[in-house]
Design a protein around this ligand. Sequence first.
Ligand code: IPM
Ligand code: MG
Length: 382
Amino acid sequence: LRQVDFSTEPQCSVRKHIMRNAMSKQILILPGDGIGPEIMAEGVKVLNVANDKFGLGYELSFDDLGGAAYDRYGSPLADETLERARAADAVLLGAVGGPKWDTIDPALRPERGLLKIRSELGLFGNLRPAILYPQLAEASTLKPEVVSGLDILIVRELTGGIYFGTPRERTTLESGERMAYDTLPYSESEVRRIAKVGFDMAMVRNKKLCSVDKANVLASSQLWREVVEEVAKDYPDVELSHMYVDNAAMQLVRAPKQFDVIVTDNMFGDILSDQASMLTGSIGMLPSASLDVNSKGMYEPCHGSAPDIAGQGIANPLATILSVSMMLRYSFAQVAAADAIEQAVSQVLDQGLRTGDIQSEGCRKVGTAEMGDAVVAALKNL
Ligand code: IPM
Ligand code: MG
């Protein structure tokens, strides 16, 4: 650094760049489609307050992903957006997709942009915690005694399996009948690295790991189970069990508290995490973290873009706000700030504020912005 002459213009910007990187973390915000921009506005409010309150010094920048990106760039993930995401220290994402883009070329669908950014950034480890806030026990469609105290973590493999496997094709048989197929591949190393995430998470929790597969039918699941068993040898303190995915779906609603950490493949994790969300009252409460090998991450609510309620200001922003908290915890190790956001959310629920999805008798129904403002107020007062 000392050898650089900062007096000339280009080097000046080099210095600025170096200084900026040394001083502040860059966060790229991708609001996406549908309710994405609405919930993200609240997430950003909360992030800005945490930024000030804890002196975090984060710099925020914004770009498009999904349908919004298709409209602006002609691609659901533009190269320049991907480069920005690579350069950022963390990415915060809303949701993608909507009926407007249902009929475009499948390769350009909004969801493709999401899958591509996950894959290009190597975000193979998807953490989806399903925690029941005690205040919401009544909001779950399950009996309070079945879900009270629920705290499970689904570790979903995010960059492999059937969502990425090739060949995949839609074609027409000689008979004229239409047919299509996908491929479900998993390599040993892909299974091993996600299994390790599962075991590592179990180690810092209640030391119970359930690996979910369909090894009674699928070859990829048979390999999955074999490799998970091998990884288990390095974690003698973790109690490992295996469960077929159909049984796991049943057990999740029968007795969800039997689980601590669940590790599973991309598609099973997609399905089971939506299911688990309803144990907590609403999918509107579920945040997620998607991490690469160095714990660089992208953070997003588990729910989708909910086009049916987009633009009405009624979506639940808490999953996005809790995703901000996960970002502070996992990418930046800002435990105090992350804890504070979660505490603020809890206080707002204590105050009886509820969006429509978690509404129950005796509570006050609020919109997206009012919920976000209440979390901001609680956070400022902590
Ligand atoms: C999710 C979503 C996505 C997925 C879709 C939108 C591609 O359902 O994050 O769970 O399947 O991963
Ligand atoms: Mg999903």
